[in-house]
Design a protein around this ligand. Structure first.
Ligand code: 5GP
Length: 111
């Protein structure tokens, strides 16, 4: 695991953990763009959403479940954004699949 997130998963770099189990880690984004900005990622090394295979569907379902749970814990269940950047042209900068859970303010258009 050679990305920043890989190092965080291995405990070699610090992060503010919000949720963790054997398969999934959620941490606070170091440069939040909203009052709630959490990164939810599989511990399995997957580059991006385009590199998922069919065996990963249960893991993706579990990530959605974790996102719902964190949204409720943070009190943003009435409005939040869950997104993933896939590839450099989409703005992905860390090539370990992760989902941004963003909320806590009125979110503008995706423009
Ligand atoms: P991407 O651009 O790949 O979709 O998202 C990467 C996210 O990781 C960015 O929102 C960025 O602020 C965040 N980030 C970059 N380095 C670190 C770090 O060392 N720790 C944490 N917690 N977040 C980071």
């Amino acid at each position: 695991m050679s990305t920043i997130f890989g190092l965080i998963i291995q405990g070699k770099l610090p992060a503010k953990k919000v949720f963790e189990n054997e398969r999934i880690l959620a941490i606070e984004d170091i440069h939040p763009i909203a009052p709630v900005h959490i990164l939810i990622m599989p511990k399995k090394e997957i580059r991006d959403i385009h590199n998922l295979d069919v065996t990963d569907w249960p893991l993706m379902g579990e990530i959605l479940e974790v996102a719902q749970k964190i949204a409720e814990e943070k009190g943003i269940e009435n409005g939040y954004r869950l997104l993933t950047n896939c590839g450099k042209e989409a703005g992905q900068t860390i090539f370990h699949l992760h989902f941004h859970l963003i909320g806590g303010r009125v979110l503008g258009s995706m423009g």
